[in-house]
Design a protein around this ligand. Structure first.
Ligand code: B1M
Length: 212
């Protein structure tokens, strides 16, 4: 299987083709990680670059995102397969004003695969919704994703909402997304930053081991 062809199909936004090619690659024993990194994620980087250079526009970006999601749906049962009993609970969402969900979905799937019970609030999530859900399910971790420099500051608002409610110390905050950094995480009093889904799993396992 030529994963460059898969990447091209994502770039073109051919969801049906992407679904077919991911299934085919799995049948040929190509590893899910390689399919993800070389076939799917890399394609979104190309689309993002083209968008920046005005070579494609929002509709094309959206088509690619749909194609990427179609591919991820095929991978989901494999990424989330876990025989172990849950090691903790986490609430996850993309913060208010932000509609990007591919990275957040990937983090959710990988954390679920690591044995964490996940509560996904979706996109455009308010601070109040994070607070309500975290309290309702007794979460160990609250995971925030943001892809825009304009929505990243809302992560601060979410943490402040927990402070205001007097429950900040009951939850561990893990944040991530393309514009987010370790320095930013520290500046808003988040507990941990992860640059990608694989690092998020390592960090989450450490957090939950400490809590036990
Ligand atoms: Co948007 N977009 N977009 N977009 N988009 C970016 C993010 C952008 C970088 C493109 C560019 O200019 N090169 C740019 C942001 C610039 C900035 O602020 N720095 C941008 C822009 C400007 C916009 C709009 C404003 C465009 C417009 O309308 N004029 C608009 C905003 C809409 C809004 O949210 N309010 C917009 C809209 C969209 C679509 C809706 C069309 C679509 C999203 C569809 C969807 O998600 N369902 C879209 C897309 C697809 C992109 C790009 C091309 C791809 C994003 C993606 O899915 N990447 C993106 C360019 C790029 O990223 N190079 C771009 C793949 C994904 C696997 O990576 O999400 O980074 P990522 O997740 C990574 C890590 O960041 C990390 O782990 C993941 C990988 O393992 N991570 C976490 C993420 N969350 C984490 C949480 C963690 C830990 C790690 O812990 C909790």
């Amino acid at each position: 299987m030529d994963l460059n062809q898969l990447s091209l199909s994502v770039q073109k936004g051919s969801a049906a083709k992407v679904k077919e090619m991911v299934s085919e690659a799995l049948a040929q024993n190509v590893s899910p990680t390689e399919i993800l990194n070389t076939g799917l994620i890399q394609a979104m980087a190309v689309v993002g670059e083209k968008f920046k250079n005005n070579e494609v526009y929002v509709p094309e970006m959206l088509m690619s995102a749909k194609a990427m999601n179609a591919g991820m749906q095929v991978l989901e049962p494999i990424l989330t397969a876990t025989g172990v009993k849950p090691i903790g609970k986490a609430v996850i969402g993309t913060v208010k004003g932000d509609l990007h969900d591919i990275g957040k979905n990937l983090v959710r799937m990988m954390l679920k695969g690591a044995g964490i019970e996940m509560y996904d609030l979706g996109i455009d999530v308010s601070a109040q919704a994070f607070l309500d859900k975290a309290k309702e399910v007794g979460a160990d971790m609250v995971c925030l994703s943001a892809l825009l420099t304009t929505t990243m500051p809302y992560m601060d608002s979410v943490i402040k909402e927990f402070e205001k409610a007097g429950v900040r110390s009951q939850f561990v905050f893990l944040i991530g997304g393309a514009p987010v950094s370790e320095t930013y995480a520290r500046s808003i009093n988040a507990d941990y930053y992860a640059e990608d889904a694989v690092v998020a799993v390592d960090v989450a396992k450490k957090i939950l081991a400490k809590k036990q």
